[in-house]
Write a protein that binds this ligand. Structure first.
Ligand SMILES: Nc1nc2c(c(=O)[nH]1)N[C@@H](CN(C=O)c1ccc(C(=O)N[C@@H](CCC(=O)O)C(=O)O)cc1)CN2
Length: 284
């Protein structure tokens, strides 16, 4: 079997074109969606992601501004900035690019963003609403993954989804979203014993470990759907995922590539959340 490749870039382009129309409609009603992105420090990967977010906003008709701050900024100063953005009615969405320098507590920052402007879906209120299956801002990468599965009509109900990785921004929430879709969910992580016994049972395997070639064809079940969330930069500058794509694609039914897989969907779902934020709380 050779897998069908789920092209995240193509799906992202399609969804962004649809969103362009939604934004035009909002503007006719006098609503101008606006995202403020906050970048602390000079991490090159973060800079590149933030540039990607600004470009995507521009192309969709969403206005955005980028507040760049030096690594030396204090937590107190960053909190004060967020409080100010919370009060600014022209700002619909606030996004603080992660990771932050170690002297700033990420959780403090996340919890200070008003839940109505939490377009990253990281605030505990957004997470609680997601867990309860309520309408809320969903974290962008997990939201993008479920949207990719839906776009290919891949059934989730009753399927065994195995998640490798338990980060707050990908592993934990993607498991919750799959549970909300009635999948049976197993979480695996660095302390899991005999990982392969779990991965081989997966109808849907989500790999978010941050290690190139962590999963090979012999770790997956014939006909599985394999979603690779890894973004690993190799010495030659190229990007690779966590899955050995060449071998895995011969065994899976569906597989996502890296690049042009989950990554572009992350930014697309941010646009969706920003539009939702601009539409207002009454829709939540
Ligand atoms: N506040 C947040 N910080 C971070 C998030 C997040 O959702 N919110 N996620 C990641 C990084 N990220 C977005 O911020 C992100 C990662 C990757 C991509 C992407 O499009 N990747 C491309 C390749 C890009 C390249 O060539 O480098 C792909 O996979 O095709 C977009 C966004 C951590 N921080």
């Amino acid at each position: 079997m050779t897998a069908e490749i789920i092209n995240g870039k193509a799906l992202a382009d399609e969804l962004r074109n649809e969103m362009k129309v939604e934004v035009e409609e909002l503007k006719k009603q006098g609503i101008y969606p606006h995202l403020t992105v906050v970048l602390v420090g000079d991490n090159p990967a973060s800079k590149s992601y933030v540039n990607g977010k600004e470009k995507a906003c521009r192309e969709t008709g969403i206005s955005s501004d980028l507040i760049e701050l030096p690594t030396s900024i204090t937590e107190e100063e960053l909190l004060a900035l967020i409080e100010r953005l919370n009060q600014d009615s022209a700002v619909h969405g606030i996004l603080v690019q992660l990771p932050l320098p170690t002297h700033i507590r990420e959780q403090q920052i996340i919890e200070t963003i008003h839940p109505n402007k939490d377009v990253d879906g990281f605030h505990p209120i957004s997470i609680g609403r997601m867990m309860a299956g309520m309408n809320t801002f969903l974290p962008c990468t997990p939201f993008g993954i479920v949207t990719m599965l839906q776009s290919k009509h891949i059934p989730m109900e009753g399927k065994h989804a195995v998640i490798i990785g338990r980060s707050n921004i990908v592993g934990k929430p993607v498991g919750q979203l799959l549970l909300n879709e009635n999948a049976t969910v197993t979480y695996c992580h660095s302390r899991t014993k005999d990982l392969q016994q779990f991965t081989k049972q997966a109808d849907i395997l989500i790999v978010a470990v941050g290690k190139p070639n962590a999963i090979h064809a012999n770790d997956i079940k014939e006909g599985a759907t394999v979603i690779d969330v890894g973004i690993n930069r190799l010495e030659d500058g190229s990007l690779t995922g966590d899955v050995d794509f060449e071998s895995a694609k011969e065994k899976a039914a569906f597989i996502t590539p890296v690049p042009r897989g989950v990554g572009p969907m992350t930014i697309t779902m941010l646009l969706k959340n920003t539009i939702k934020a601009a539409e207002g709380l009454e829709k939540l």
